[in-house]
Design a protein around this ligand. Structure first.
Ligand code: PBG
Length: 327
């Protein structure tokens, strides 16, 4: 009988060896928590399809961001849910709009203790739910939308946002917002480009989270799920236009795109573990069908392994606590 020549299992024999041999690590500073703030409420309001996640009031948001700062996660990404909406999303660039007020309040609370980021997209603020303004035929008008994005970007920068998350998937959005920021002296405001953002089913629970008015879909501006190279192309264009960070979204169904983007650009690459990814694990865990903590940490580690330098995840705080407990 001949023995195996190679024994890779030696590297897996004890917890100590496995710890030393691990290629990929996750630390709290690599986690960004997406948060929702809703105009006109005084108590946090639960989101049914995202157990454990709430729409915050201004007050509860401020407290929750202070808590996130104490956990020393990397940052928070704020989404606003306005009381009233219109065709052009006027609440988005109104200094008294909910997202801008919340940004100001949060920055006053935590300063630079973590990176306060804001979603730059019109969909929460339009009465039709699309990410841009519409033409007469109902299609999204790319270039007219860029003017709304530059106004929104300036309002967010004035409110103190450190990093603008451009999630609308309009052509030229990064260049347009960068130019507007620089012209007004906001040369230090970072741009996170949602470069490879795919149209699909995994944003379902988010629609409830922001009370989305969308009928139809976003397939004329977000990427087709079958296209990997097009995701890389979008990331390269965004870097050329001045993106400080590029992102792939959703995360788990697009790990190949994440790895390809990581190999193609020289800026940080982030991934967004979206609402549907969250809801699937929570639902399975609630049935006792999956080990909740194990599934959460394995998915985050897998996203890191595929190339994400940081991850937007609704589990950011809980994962940060688990990571500290493991040290
Ligand atoms: C657009 C935006 C969306 C998400 C983040 N930014 C919704 C969409 O594109 O339909 C989804 C995030 C998630 O599902 O967790 N403002």
């Amino acid at each position: 009988m001949s023995f195996p020549e190679h024994r890779p299992r030696r590297l897996r024999r004890t917890p100590a060896v496995r710890r030393l041999a691990r290629e990929t690590h996750l630390v709290p500073s690599q986690l960004v928590l997406p948060m929702f703030v809703r105009e006109g409420i005084t108590q946090p309001s639960p989101i049914g399809s995202m157990p454990g996640i709430v729409q915050h009031s201004l007050d509860s948001l401020r407290r929750a961001v202070a808590e996130a700062a104490e956990e020393r996660i990397g940052g928070v990404m704020l989404f606003g849910v306005p009381e009233t909406r219109d065709a052009v999303g006027s609440g988005a660039d109104d200094p008294n709009g909910i997202l801008n007020l919340a940004t100001e309040a949060v920055v006053a609370e935590v300063g630079d203790a973590l990176v306060v980021q804001t979603d730059l997209c019109l969909d929460e603020f339009t009465d039709h739910g699309h990410c841009g303004v519409l033409q007469a035929d109902g299609s999204v008008d790319n270039d007219a939308t860029l003017e709304r994005y530059t106004a929104m970007g300036l309002a967010q920068a004035r409110a103190g946002s450190a990093m603008l998350g451009l999630s609308g998937m309009m052509d030229g959005q990064v260049g347009a917002v960068r130019e507007a920021l620089d012209a007004e002296g906001f040369t230090d405001t970072l741009i996170l480009a949602y470069s490879a953002k795919y149209a699909g089913a995994f944003y379902g629970p988010f629609r409830e989270a922001v009370d989305s008015q969308l009928k139809g879909d976003r397939r004329s501006y977000q990427l087709d799920p079958g296209n990997g190279r097009e995701g890389v192309r979008e990331a390269l264009l965004d870097v050329e236009e001045g993106a400080d960070v590029v992102m792939v979204k959703p995360a788990l169904p697009y790990l190949d795109v994440l790895a390809d983007v990581k190999a193609s650009v020289d800026v940080p690459v982030w991934a967004y573990q979206v609402s549907g990814e969250y809801a699937m694990v929570e639902a399975a865990a609630a049935h006792g069908w999956i080990d909740r903590r194990g599934a959460i940490m394995e998915s985050l580690l897998g996203i890191r392994r595929a190339g994400a330098d940081a991850i937007l995840t609704y589990w950011a705080l809980e994962a940060a606590r688990w990571l500290r407990a493991e040290l």
